[in-house]
Design a protein around this ligand. Sequence first.
Ligand code: MTE
Ligand code: MO
Length: 439
Amino acid sequence: MTRKKGRNDQSPLDEVAGNGLLNRRALLGRGLSLAGAAGVGAGVTGAAAEPLKDDEWSAYQGKTVGPVGVRSKHEDKTIRVLSNPKGEPRTQHARTPHHLLNGTITPSHLHFTILHNGIPDIDPEQHRLVIHGMVKQPKMFTLDRLMRYPMVTRQTFIECGGNSALMFSNEPVQQTLQYLHGVVSNSEWTGVLLSTLLDEVGIDPQAKWMLVEGADTAALTRSVPLTKAWDDAIVVLYQNGQRLMAEQGYPMRLLLPGWEGNMNIKYVRRIKITDQPAMTFYEARNYSPLLPDGRAYKFYFVNEVKSFITHPSFGTTLKEPGYYEISGIAYSGTGTIKRVMVSADGGQSWAEAAIQGPVQDKAFTRFHIPWRWDGQHAVLTSRAVDDGGNIQPLRADFIKTRGQSKTPVTNPMAFGNNHYNSLTSWGINSKGEISHVYI
Ligand SMILES: Nc1nc2c(c(=O)[nH]1)N[C@H]1C(S)=C(S)[C@@H](COP(=O)(O)O)O[C@H]1N2
Ligand SMILES: [Mo]
């Protein structure tokens, strides 16, 4: 009698799904034998027995160290792409190059940004935050004063509602992740819980909303339900350990973990406690996604569960068949990432990816899975599930309810519809070239 091959009998090099997806356990400690057996070819050559020769850079004293760190000049292509490089008086976007980064934290200088009226030059000494409206005692907070409050630190992503707008194109736009999903980033933020400040001013029990206003020219305002304010909202002062970048809202911003980027008001100067939403421009017009039948969402606050493969992805070419690690980013605005499934055959079969911990609430989570490319046509895609059981919708289902453009979108900076959280797929041809495909 032949025993059926159980899970534990599997070699790490066994295929667990079609087109060469390998067991994610192969990543845990057996990587080297995997490299040998599966063939990590290019760039690994046998070491010579004689001592290494000194290169030019080993022979002289290096450059003088300055007060602020610099990255290698060889990394000068790892930059944000800009929608409005001349700073014309309209919205400016700068997009994160996800295809060139790894890990989960977005370096502060590569954090995406959207600014409707440029970067205001705020004097932190003179900046004030006022909380008023349906409160017992309105209060004005200076930065100095806020710095004395108890602070919390957490990681969370911020995602513009318009991120992935190109995915609404009826034909896949041939662009890097930077263009497709570049207006989401993930940082570690430190600041004062908004609930601490609300406790201090005393909230009228009839109050339900707050109107939040920024100090830039746009005086960007959004209405936020007080439930979110009590839950996990933060008045942020630090980003990745240092004071906020000018683009991220220096000297203070509102952070609403997992909620639409636009509501995370930067340069926050006023919070008015109210009993109803104000229906401002950005909530009544700009960020109320349209449905195919002409109706629009009244509010769409949460960034839902989503993932995309960053390595390999559009913009790179696989040089030869053999072993590769597929890796990407998953996140959910309602909780933690529970599972990420990966397919190498366009969704016909799926394997579970390894999740890099610690897995944090409403934060980027990196996933990995080993893959042996046989040099044939393959289609890579990922599908994430969060701890609430929410799963990324398949594209066909997503498009059915949310619609897509009638003609191909050609402008890579176009902003169309909002809140795309369906799949992203990479087609690989026999030359190893990667294109963006729909499945
Ligand atoms: N005051 C102010 N807050 C703002 C904006 C702005 O232009 N002014 N842009 C909003 C938009 S549209 C987004 S998506 C996020 C982007 O945050 P980030 O620049 O830190 O990535 O900030 C939001 N908060
Ligand atoms: Mo946004």
